[in-house]
Design a protein around this ligand. Structure first.
Ligand code: F0G
Length: 455
């Protein structure tokens, strides 16, 4: 049989509610045309994010009952620490309540104002946390990574020539190099081991450590197994372990490939930043053996880090985005190709050619998908990344994308068949899709709270 099935059966279900189009129009208008302001109960398929939205396994729930909620030295911490050490090989493990807390703490102790940190693409929170510390984040993904229709197998790779130039010109300001696995802001695209090795070598010649933003390390390792010459016969776990062995530390959001609903960590190879990080952790997150998490959360992550390396799971996981992507491409819908690990990205300018960028085509497409079938995606375009300047004019983002991100182990193939139908129905009526205009916005991260009207 060719079908790659969901490699699990369902033991506990949660109903989702079908609404009528008229109801959705009323709900969306009440939410000021901003799907972030909708109640989740009014959404049928929620593709807003793959972060913290996954389903836990029976083994994880069972482990949660074993959670040791002691303030200090809990057994659950030791299980969590052992799981992170086994995966990464890093001896120093610092739990945090989620990924951005790990970033904030590491950057506070490892950077100084005026520093520069290269990466393939810094995720928003990584960028924002560096900037908050007066550090300049620099995105140096390969040019193929910025071309939506280029089918390079490792579009998350970092451009080594540009890293080399940065190190030559401003090396004294670079405290470490980073790399995001997979490259979320660039379409969930993977990084090859070959690229990672060369990046590490380059940094080492300049005496700089490498830190991985490891949120989706397992999806990345599966892409390596499937696409990188010579890697097909290794286990994903071996590939993941080699990945971490090439770096000096990582920040992690366990809400993605930790298969947990909350949690994160910093893990480090040498002791240099550890003491300062633990001191800051105590100040803002909690004692070093729980770091803002309950003992049961540490248990869920320990099991999740093991389960996520199951190759049947990962094959099904990568197939999900590919499956929806194939259906859309066959019907002439432009998407970021090839599909990445956790999401499908629709090209809204191609979908809605009649809308000028002043009417936010990607935002308009998010609204259209909700109205058409109760699907919630997220705009990655000019509402998210553009800015209103003091003189009232706007800056726009280079791409107008809609990200449909998939919670892990939550939706089945028929949900994705339904999603494809909704997208194609919206495409058939594309000329009727209305643009929007902003009527109220905040200064920072305006997309979360903005209020809009039909243009
Ligand atoms: N790094 C990457 C690559 C991420 O995708 C995220 C979160 C973080 C760091 C921060 O982790 O949310 O646990 O604090 N990404 C989510 C998303 C929010 O929807 O892509 P966090």
């Amino acid at each position: 049989p060719r079908t790659i099935i969901e490699p699990f059966r369902i033991k506990s279900v949660e109903p989702i509610r079908v609404t009528s189009r008229a109801e959705r129009l009323r709900l969306l208008e009440a939410a000021r045309l901003n799907v972030f302001r909708l109640d989740a109960e009014d959404v049928l398929l929620d593709f807003l994010t793959d972060s913290g939205t996954g389903a836990m396994s029976a083994r994880q729930w069972a482990a949660m009952m074993q959670g040791d909620e002691s303030y200090a030295g809990a057994r659950s911490f030791h299980r969590f620490e052992a799981a992170v050490r086994d995966l990464t090989g890093y001896p120093h493990v610092i739990p945090t309540h989620q990924g951005r807390a790990a970033e904030r703490i590491l950057f506070s102790v490892a950077t100084r104002p005026g520093d520069v940190v290269p990466s393939n693409t810094h995720f928003d929170t990584t960028r924002a946390n560096l900037e908050y510390d007066g550090v300049e984040p620099v995105d140096l993904v390969i040019p193929e990574g910025l071309a939506p229709r280029n089918r390079h197998p490792f579009k998350g790779n970092i451009d080594l020539g540009r890293v080399e130039r940065l190190l030559a010109d401003r090396g004294d300001k670079v405290p470490f190099g980073m790399i995001t696995l997979t490259n979320n802001s660039g379409g969930g695209q993977p990084v090859s081991l070959e690229n990672l090795r060369a990046y590490r070598e380059l940094l080492r010649r300049h005496g700089k450590p490498l830190v991985i933003d490891a949120c989706r390390f397992a999806e990345n390792a599966m892409f390596v197994k499937l696409r990188e010459p010579g890697q097909g016969n290794r286990t994903v776990k071996e590939i993941a372990q080699e990945t971490f062995s090439l770096a000096d530390g990582c920040t992690m959001s366990a809400k993605k490939d930790g298969l947990a609903n909350i949690g994160g960590f910093i893990a480090l190879r040498d002791a240099r930043w550890v003491e300062a990080a633990r001191n800051l952790l105590i100040l803002t997150e909690g004692f070093p053996t729980y770091g803002g998490l309950a003992g049961r959360d540490l248990e869920a992550i320990a099991v999740g880090l093991e389960e996520v390396l199951d190759e049947d799971y990962l094959r099904y996981r990568l197939r999900t985005a590919e499956y929806l992507g194939e259906k859309l491409l066959a019907a002439g819908v432009a998407i970021v190709e090839p599909t990445g690990g956790h999401a499908v990205y629709l090209d809204a300018r191609d979908f809605l050619p009649h809308l000028p960028r002043e009417q936010y085509p990607a935002w308009a497409l998010v609204n259209a998908l909700y109205l058409e079938g109760g699907i919630r995606g997220v705009e990655i375009g000019s509402v998210m990344f553009g800015k209103r300047l003091d003189d009232g004019t706007e800056t726009f983002h280079a791409l107008e994308l809609v990200r449909l991100a998939f919670p892990r182990r939550v939706y089945t193939q028929s949900h994705f068949d339904y999603a494809a139908e909704v997208i194609l129905e919206a495409k058939a009526k594309a000329a009727e899709v209305r643009g929007v205009r902003l009527v109220k916005q905040s200064r920072h991260l305006r997309h979360f709270t903005a209020e809009l009207e039909w243009a």
